[in-house]
Ligand binder design. Structure first.
Ligand code: GDP
Length: 442
């Protein structure tokens, strides 16, 4: 994420580090590199100007030059300025006390609206709320079908009227049906075009006026750089936006767009999309994002991600087992099954400081195959062997390997790994994962 912006800033800070004591002269040089890398990352010029104005003023202050580690001080200033330009945020979905809350999603075609409908639905389901999705994208032929598939996968109702060409009516009828069914949230998936045009805006304005959504979110594609900024500006002029969801920040996104969109619209960024799966939606946190931009990692987000897959009770049980040394191959298998969700490990690594480089390796088919193989091997063991792998002798190894369809050394390797891991796990137990993550960040 934010590859080019981080790379540029990293090299800026590296070149500053090589200079020993900083002077006003080389601080200016460092600031110029910061500025260039922001422009290269597609942050729009006025935003860069304003950003640099603030950073320069603070960086050239006497206090910085006199401080022992001025380059660290500069990193802090750039970090704080990023946080202030990206915030403040409110990544919660405000629900009305009575009746259904209507959320309207809009954005250009391909920005990720329909996918985001599914992701928001998943988020609400996690909060024990079952939303209704309304298929009001009547422009893109496959959009209704796509939303229906999402609804089926998540087990939430999808309202559509394939023969109705009037999106205002479809939305109104959809909301009425959802309210009659007692849905607390209705998400409207509206049409997008490849580029902003008057007809699209007029259609969205009609829906806005006649259906009266409680919240209007703009979905923007984080990979499109300056186009994202232009479209956000245009949507913001026609509709009263309540939030922005920026998608595709998992790829080689030129994340600069996030800064510009926030600056140009002033609308809070609510969520960021970091993958194609429904669980790849993160509440937006300026501190985490600034950390990522500066390649300082975002360990709090990584821990939160871990929390989503293991609930409180399970975690306590697991930690108790780890602490007492009762952690068995069965527990190990359960953990593997949880973390082998597609894309999850890669996303977590991407959030850890300095671990981003392992992201691709962990997301590879090879890594997924390795996890499947481990799970298969544990499945082929008896309950006793899983509890006490020490009893696995040569003949047991051969039997297990045959059962799992792998070579015998795979089993020896697994048992050895588990042996090494168990005491480590024991050492790690105690204190919640979140607490440890926070401690590490300080
Ligand atoms: P719509 O036309 O705005 O409804 O866009 P879609 O929801 O159909 O998304 C367009 C494409 O972008 C699809 O292939 C999605 O899987 C993909 N997509 C959406 N959000 C993300 C994201 O956060 N990360 C990645 N990598 N792909 C995404």
């Amino acid at each position: 994420m934010f590859d080019s912006l981080s790379d540029g800033l990293q090299s800026a800070f590296k070149s500053l580090r090589g200079k020993g004591k900083l002077s006003e002269g080389n601080m200016r040089e460092g600031l110029e590199i910061v500025q260039r890398s922001l422009l290269e990352a597609d942050v729009s010029y006025p935003v860069v100007q304003e950003f640099m104005g603030h950073v320069t003023e603070r960086a050239l202050g006497k206090k910085v030059l006199l401080s022992l580690r001025p380059e660290q001080e500069l990193v802090r200033i750039v970090h704080d300025e990023l946080v202030s330009i990206l915030g403040p945020v409110d990544p919660s979905i405000h629900l009305k006390k009575d009746g259904a809350t209507i959320i309207m999603l809009c954005g250009l075609q391909g920005s990720g609206k329909t996918t985001t409908c599914g992701k928001l639905a998943q988020l609400l389901i996690e909060q024990k709320i079952k939303p209704t999705l309304v298929a009001a994208d009547l422009q893109r032929p496959a959009a209704i079908e796509q939303l229906k598939v999402i609804g089926e996968q998540l087990g939430v109702p999808v309202y559509s009227e394939p023969d109705n060409k009037n999106p205002v009516q479809v939305c109104k009828n959809g909301v009425a049906k959802a309210e009659a069914d007692g849905s607390r949230v209705v998400i409207l998936d509206t049409a997008g075009r490849l580029a902003i045009d008057e007809e699209l805006m007029a259609e969205l304005e009609r829906i806005d006026k006649k259906v009266g959504p409680d919240q209007v979110y703009l979905v923007v594609d984080g990979m499109t750089g300056q186009d994202a900024v232009n479209s956000a500006d245009a949507f913001n002029k026609s509709l009263e936006l309540d939030g922005v969801v920026m998608t595709k920040l998992d790829g080689d996104a030129r994340g600069g767009a996030l800064l510009s969109v926030k600056h140009v619209t002033g609308v809070p960024i609510k969520f960021i999309g970091t993958g194609e799966h429904f669980d790849a939606l993160e509440p937006f946190r300026p501190e985490g994002m600034a950390g990522r931009i500066l390649q300082m990692g975002d360990i709090v987000a990584a821990a939160a991600e871990a929390h989503r897959i293991v609930d409180e009770k399970e975690r306590e049980e697991l930690e108790a087992k780890m602490a007492s040394g009762d952690f068995t191959l069965d527990d190990f298998k359960n953990m593997m099954e949880k973390v082998s969700k597609p894309g999850l490990m890669g996303r977590m690594m991407g959030l850890m400081p300095g671990m981003g480089q392992f992201k691709e390796a962990l997301e590879s088919e090879e890594a997924a195959g390795g996890i499947r193989q481990t799970i298969g091997a544990i499945n082929a063991m008896t309950a006793e062997e899983r509890r006490n792998p020490k009893i696995i002798d040569a003949s047991r190894r051969t039997r297990i390997a045959k059962g799992a369809g792998v070579q015998t050394p795979v089993i020896s390797q697994l048992v050895k790994q588990f042996d090494v891991m168990k005491p480590l796990m024991q050492g790690m137990a105690g204190g919640s994962m979140m607490d440890r993550a926070k401690m590490m960040q300080q």
